[in-house]
Design a protein around this ligand. Structure first.
Ligand SMILES: Nc1nc2c(c(=O)[nH]1)N[C@H]1C(S)=C(S)[C@@H](COP(=O)(O)OP(=O)(O)OC[C@H]3O[C@@H](n4cnc5c(=O)[nH]c(N)nc54)[C@H](O)[C@@H]3O)O[C@H]1N2
Ligand SMILES: Nc1nc2c(c(=O)[nH]1)N[C@H]1C(S)=C(S)[C@@H](COP(=O)(O)OP(=O)(O)OC[C@H]3O[C@@H](n4cnc5c(=O)[nH]c(N)nc54)[C@H](O)[C@@H]3O)O[C@H]1N2
Ligand SMILES: [Mo]
Length: 766
């Protein structure tokens, strides 16, 4: 069994930072870069979307340092590199190898005859894309994918290009990430974003952290949790695994915690629900609160729920109470895997606190019933009046550093009517009104050869999307695959009839245009918008900025009559002027970003202003799902010998999504290996498996596809019975494309029904 460290953070974290900065071979540049991360006049760390503190010299974390060091390297992937490798050869290399070949520096086009990419001039590449787009029978045959690192400026011109061309096909990494949060929050409170700001963490009496691993994925959040815990705020964690950072965290900025075994106890209570069991657990908390309220009324004691808030600001409370009433404790305990006593203990902390924040991430959003689960979190907060006051509220902790800003800028396959109307009014041209494609629809459209052109503004769709074989096939069906990227990855190797790689500047690099050095802007999890400016010389003079690339494609495709695209490239403030006219909250955009720290976009729900259809916050009335995976799957495995287990696919400490920085997962005690299967001791025993045995994992789905991965090492672990965990993207071949969240279409990456068997590979070795 692996040995988890006693605490997260501390000296080990500092040592790892130094190691990764050193390994990049650009140590001097990277140290300079780190000192500018998240500082006024510096650049926004590409690591995650957590907000910046107002002061402090050091605003980066271990994993932010890895992200920054990854970008700054002196190795180049240029036409000469591609001359040496065919695509077929590159396909045999690991994702890790591909990204560590260096930065892409030259535009290249795939040549099917030689099976190699070869140099192409920028203008030729733009013309080629334009010709292809113009040749399509309908604009809806093109898909415009975005990854959440893209700035507000490039996102705005990208959606403008797509919509002027005629489509709302904007599949986005967010479709695989926090989509359920946007859907649920829009329904319930009329705005798809969190209602808290960073300062609220200093004022909360209790913070409930659901399905999130901030120690690895939002390390700067650990500072906020540590500060809160030290002030007496009660932190309650719900996590399928015992994540060490949520138990004990040492701030690398505290000399005592850095140099001694001392650390801050983070969680006051820690619960490990079964995968997908959070909705049941929260329903149990609500049931407890209602029982205590009834008791209080009988004995004339103070209310447990906030009747005035419910009355003034919400609808459907009575119907919701009936739904809670009809949910049995047996169902709650069975589905959550938690006892009634545990749930009551959590409720006790909740109800003693005046101000509660609930945070969540992928452990909540990547299930079939994610929208219903998030609505349940909102129900809990609404009935206790924990929205719209300082120190309380809802906090979906976003992933990519500007994924929230992308949406604000209109990267959305289902744009709001008000947004389309504002675009139409400003640009005086009709906007496409039909909903477009998300990732699920886009991949299916390629599989059916209905869509033909794929343009990816960043990201790594091939490795990030589910059902690897299906996704590869979908991408290979493209007639043109255009990848705008900083590093070589698997998506570049999914060549259809024609393919282009267009290399762009990274966040840390100086972006020089006709009017001088350009800044871009991003929006964090707390709706704060601020500027970011690269500070190091670009690695190669051939690199173009993302704005220049998109405007180049737009000019070649649409001409300059309606929009003078080159002028936007010369001066990004002109793009911000357009944003200011079209998108609410951005009036005076160019002036506002001069303020250090940027500006707050506001949040209607935090102001107790409800923009949803009811005009008030809405309680949901969902029944608990009968089964957290798929009903059909259960009947399929009856009669089979192996038990059906539920697998979550998650991140290690040494990766950024599909980018692998190293083979360790320090906080879970794993070294030098990524093909690991975390399993409960009893489940392993039942299948006669021992620590270190190799297994094959097969997912179960009602279609005729075979989905398997092999050679995963058994790691006996503290995880609820019936549940498994393994790293993404290696396990993406197991996630069926059709297994998506109700109402969100998000792949159910945290609840994949699987069976495990001794590995074929292992037997053949013996
Ligand atoms: N260093 C680093 N930082 C990152 C990223 C990265 O890859 N590396 N990715 C970025 C992105 S895009 C995102 S979206 C975020 C992701 O941030 P996280 O959501 O923290 O990412 P995951 O690794 O998917 O972790 C899911 C967590 O939820 C728990 N969990 C899984 N299923 C359940 C469940 O059903 N119930 C409960 N209660 N817990 C569950 C898992 O045990 C795990 O701790 O991080 C962002 N920041
Ligand atoms: N099984 C499973 N699948 C998942 C998840 C999971 O938990 N489990 N998580 C999902 C989530 S939350 C997300 S957000 C998606 C992530 O999906 P994506 O956002 O598509 O993937 P990333 O790995 O973040 O993209 C990495 C690539 O981005 C490019 N890149 C990096 N920086 C820049 C830049 O500044 N500009 C440009 N143009 N390109 C750049 C590099 O070429 C790099 O190879 O994956 C999803 N897939
Ligand atoms: Mo994400």
């Amino acid at each position: 069994m692996s040995k988890q460290p006693e605490k997260a953070g501390g000296l080990a974290s500092l040592q790892s930072t130094v190691k990764h900065v050193w390994k990049s071979q650009q140590a001097k540049t990277n140290i300079k870069n780190l000192m500018r991360a998240n500082q006024a006049h510096g650049f926004d760390c590409p690591g995650c979307a957590w907000g910046d503190q107002k002061e402090g010299l050091i605003q980066f974390c271990e994993n932010g340092a890895k992200a920054i060091a990854w970008e700054s390297t002196n190795k180049k992937v240029d036409a000469a590199f591609f001359q040496q490798h065919t695509v077929t050869q590159l396909l045999k290399q690991s994702d890790y190898w591909l990204e560590y070949q260096g930065r892409l520096t030259q535009p290249v086009r795939y040549n099917a005859e030689t099976d190699k990419y070869q140099a192409i001039e920028w203008q030729q590449a733009f013309d080629l894309i334009a010709d292809k787009l113009q040749s399509l029978a309908s604009p809806d045959e093109a898909e415009f994918y975005t990854s959440g690192r893209a700035s507000n400026e490039v996102s705005f011109v990208y959606q403008l290009l797509g919509r002027l061309y005629g489509t709302n096909n904007f599949p986005d990494c967010s479709n695989m990430c926090h989509e359920a949060s946007g859907v649920a929050l829009n329904q319930a409170i009329g705005v798809g974003k969190g209602t808290v700001v960073l300062d609220d963490f200093d004022q909360a009496d209790a913070i409930f952290v659901f399905g999130q691993n901030p120690g690895s994925n939002h390390p700067r959040m650990m500072n906020a949790l540590r500060r809160a815990a030290r002030k007496g705020c009660k932190i309650v964690s719900f996590n399928n695994l015992k994540e060490v950072a949520l138990k004990r965290f040492a701030s690398p900025q505290s000399p005592v915690e850095l140099l001694t075994p001392a650390a801050t106890e983070i969680s006051h209570l820690y619960f490990s629900p079964k995968l997908g069991g959070d909705m049941a657990a929260i329903r149990g908390m609500v049931k407890t609160l209602l029982a205590w309220q009834a008791e209080a009324e009988k004995t004339a004691q103070a209310d447990v729920i906030d009747k005035a808030f419910i009355e003034q600001h919400t609808v459907d409370f009575t119907a919701y109470c009936q739904q809670v009433e009809s949910t049995s404790w047996q169902q709650i305990e069975q589905q959550s895997g938690l006892s009634r006593a545990d749930i009551e203990a959590a409720t006790q902390v909740f109800s003693r606190a005046d101000k509660v924040i609930c945070t969540w991430a992928m452990g909540i959003t990547q299930h079939k019933h994610s929208v219903a689960t998030i609505r349940e979190i909102v129900n809990l907060q609404l009935m206790t009046g924990n929205i719209g006051k300082a120190g309380a509220g809802l906090c979906p902790v976003r992933g990519h550093s500007n994924v929230q800003g992308n949406r604000t800028m209109g990267i959305n396959d289902k744009p709001k009517q008000a947004f389309l109307d504002a675009m139409q009014a400003y640009f005086n041209v009709p906007m496409p009104q039909e909903p477009g494609h998300n990732v699920y629809h886009a991949l299916n459209a390629f599989l059916q050869k209905k869509s033909k052109v794929l343009i990816c503004l960043g990201g790594n769709l091939a490795a990030a999307a589910p059902d690897t074989e299906q996704t590869y096939q979908a991408m290979r069906n493209t007639e043109l695959n255009v990848q705008i990227s900083t590093k070589l990855n698997r998506s570049h190797l999914m060549v259809g009839q024609d393919a282009l790689i267009l290399p762009c500047l990274g966040r840390t690099e100086i972006d020089r245009q006709a009017s001088g050095e350009q800044a871009i802007t991003v929006e964090d999890t707390f709706s704060m918008v601020h500027a970011s400016q690269g500070k190091v010389e670009p690695l190669d003079p051939q690199l173009k900025s993302e704005v220049a690339i998109i405007c180049g494609i737009a000019q070649a495709t649409l001409g300059n009559e309606l929009i003078n695209w080159p002028s936007l490239v010369d001066d990004y403030s002109l793009i911000r002027d357009m944003v200011a006219q079209v998108i609410p909250g951005f009036t005076g955009f160019n002036d506002k970003i001069l303020q250090p720290g940027g500006f707050y976009l506001g949040n209607s729900a935090a102001d107790l202003h409800w923009l949803n259809s009811a005009g008030k916050a809405e309680f949901s009335q969902d029944v608990l799902p009968t089964c957290i995976i798929n009903d059909a799957v259960h009947s399929m495995v009856e009669g089979k010998k192996q038990p059906i287990l539920t697998l979550q696919t998650l991140r290690s400490h040494d990766q950024y999504n599909t980018t692998i920085y190293g083979m360790d997962d320090r906080y879970r005690g794993i070294a030098g290996e990524r093909k690991i299967l975390f399993i409960n001791e009893q489940d392993a025993k039942r299948q006669k498996l021992q620590q270190g045995d190799k297994v094959q994992i097969t997912s179960i789905w009602p279609d005729n596809q075979s989905r398997k991965v092999d050679g995963f090492k058994i790691e006996i672990y503290d995880i609820p019975e019936g549940n498994l965990a393994a790293y993404y993207p290696e396990t993406n071949p197991l996630v069926p494309l059709d297994s998506v969240g109700d109402g969100s279409y998000t792949p159910t990456s945290k609840s994949v029904p699987v069976i495990i068997e001794k590995s074929m590979q292992a037997e053949s070795i013996i």
